[in-house]
Design a protein around this ligand. Sequence first.
Ligand code: ADP
Length: 756
Amino acid sequence: MKNDYQGANRFYTVSYDLDNCDKEPIHIIRVVQSYACLIGIDLNSFSILHVSDNSDRILGLPYGELLGKNMEDYLHPEIIEQLRSGLQDDDFISHNPIIIKSFGGNILKKAHHLIVHLQGGTLIMEIEERDANVSSSRFLQRSDRTVQKIQSSRDVNNLFHETAREIKVLTGYDRVMIYKFDEQYNGNVIAEAKDDHLDPYFELRYPASDIPKQARALFLRNQVRIIVDTQSEPSQIMPAVHPDTGEPLDQSDCVARGVSPIHVEYLNNMGVRASMSVAIIKENQLWGLIACHHYQPKLIDYRLRNMVKFLSRIISGHLALQEAHDYRTQGLQTNIIRSHLLEQMSRNWSVMEGLLESKYTLLDLNNAPGAALLLDGRLHKIGQCPSDKKIMDLINWLDKHVENTVFETNELSRHWEGGAEITDVASGLLSLQIAHTPPEYILWFRPEVIRTVNWGGNPEKAVTFSREKMRMSPRQSFEIWKQQVRNTARPWTRNDVNAAIALRNDIKDIIIEKYQEIRKLNKDLVEAYKDLESFSYSVSHDLRMPLRTIEGFSQILEEDYKDKLDDYGQQALKTISSSIGKMNAFINDLLALSKISLNDLIINKLNLASQFTQVWETFPATDRNRIRFVVKEPMPPVYAEITSLRQLLANLLSNAIKYTRTVESPEIEVGGYTDNNQTILYVKDNGIGIDEKHFKRIFDVFSRLVSEREYEGTGVGLAIVKKVADKHQGQVWVESKPGQGAAFYCSFPHHELDMI
Ligand code: ADP
């Protein structure tokens, strides 16, 4: 085989092998297949320029006798007339094939077909056997039935299988396959009809290199290619170059063009002796091939070849229709899924629940096996996905490097380095950015396609050849194909991308709706809060009057009627007056609390240290003398409304005084510092302290950790502190441990103001 292969290379001036076969100039191969005789004549003079060296066998005249003669002397005048008219309207296709029964006076044993085309200034004629059966009425009826059957196919897959079956019956090839090319021209056998004893090639994959670029170009141009016998020695074109110009004869449109030795080896390795390939063309692109194999030499009649070409056109027509139909039905299907997703999301205004935890999920939108959603800083996954860490790395990369909101690839590792480690689940990525800062994304993943290929035939069994011959065989092709498609996934369709974009808008709508609802709730809440504040203000205000009356009458009782009361009565009177005291404290605190919210703030720049001292001075001397009061200076100024600041300080200090009552040497330290454009003031004591678990709760109204008997109080003080800080857009917090004192901090933002 190796020798043959090299031997065949003698047609060219350069050697071609697997490494440079895409450069092999197959259109100037200088030989024809021996089943046909080629004659090239000068367009104007009709003098014979080229003849293949098999003319003797086919036409009964050796090429040497024909060269230089005039073709008019060999063909019937009617045929010459036909050729001249063909030249005039520049259209030989409609004249082809011309029947010839004799040549130069010799009656041919069988009628032949003359197939003519024009190549530059040369008229090329190819003469091949004619099959009389093709014109029989039985055959015509059969063809008619074929067309009807194919045209009535229910769907496109059925159409392919039906076409393969019908072509097999019509032509008698041992195997008929339909190939479909992917974007890189790797082929996939999508339908097959074959003799039972043959191994199936259905779903076998072929790398693009199996049909090199220039061969594909010729397919697009001629549509039909026939190889009659791979083992027959090709016939030389004599001379191979134009006698005047020295140019090799361009055989681009020759039907019987010699076969590339590399292709011969390929077919031989599959055990194929004869083949026919017919291009399936869609929108001027090579969509696929009808490939017929025979394990014996086989020539089918020119008209039958044309018939198959016609069937391929029917397929092309169906494809365009089918594609439009598929696109529409898929679009409808995804719209339905989207509307379900939208409905699910709006049910609880939860994008996460709606997309991942309900009946329909993100995966239904494009049938991806895995998807992830990054929303509100949390990552959620469904189906087969990379690890959380990998997904977050990927999102980081997308956020930095991808500008578009939608990004799709079927080969992630080509764009992102980290992709190489996750090809098993994420060779394909369709990403959708919902928000930029903070990043919010939906990602769909698709695995490497090799893992999803349904391997129909048994590649090991398909052909068994020696190692040397294995380099071009279906098994080998599959291996090469695997190399070529490694790390790639099934591509995303236009429909997948459109659906993702539409989903993004749905999500935005939901988020906006949710945001508007929250805003409305917030507004309602603010109003309700205001109502509540004015209510509590008026209630506490109105309570004061009757309380004063009760207080007044209890004083009268005490002063004027004390003697008339027994012990129990006097005790009851005491309880009344202490309760009045508590009630007063409550009302005062509540009034203070509600006033803070009702009044607008007038902020001033205040000397913090002097505010601390002034407030401290308002406490009873008995307390002040008992406690060591430390004012840590210097302190930054504080920007606050004076009355509420004083209220805040008074509450913090009164707590510090109260909760250091049991301590031997009580100490209170006050101070302030600047941090991040804010003044932070603090009040530290060495009192009873607070457990960390209560830190949050103590700022709520009426929340107390101590009993009334031990420490009097209303539980309103720290709520006032928090409210004052809130009103100033500041914060409050506490640091403390039980038994180790407490430190309360409040922050007040800075303003551009002068000190008062
Ligand atoms: P109260 O009137 O009870 O002091 P506050 O709202 O001022 O109400 O305080 C709420 C609770 O926080 C108090 O009951 C007390 O348990 C705790 N607390 C407040 N300040 C201190 C402090 N300086 N040391 C220890 N506990 C404190």
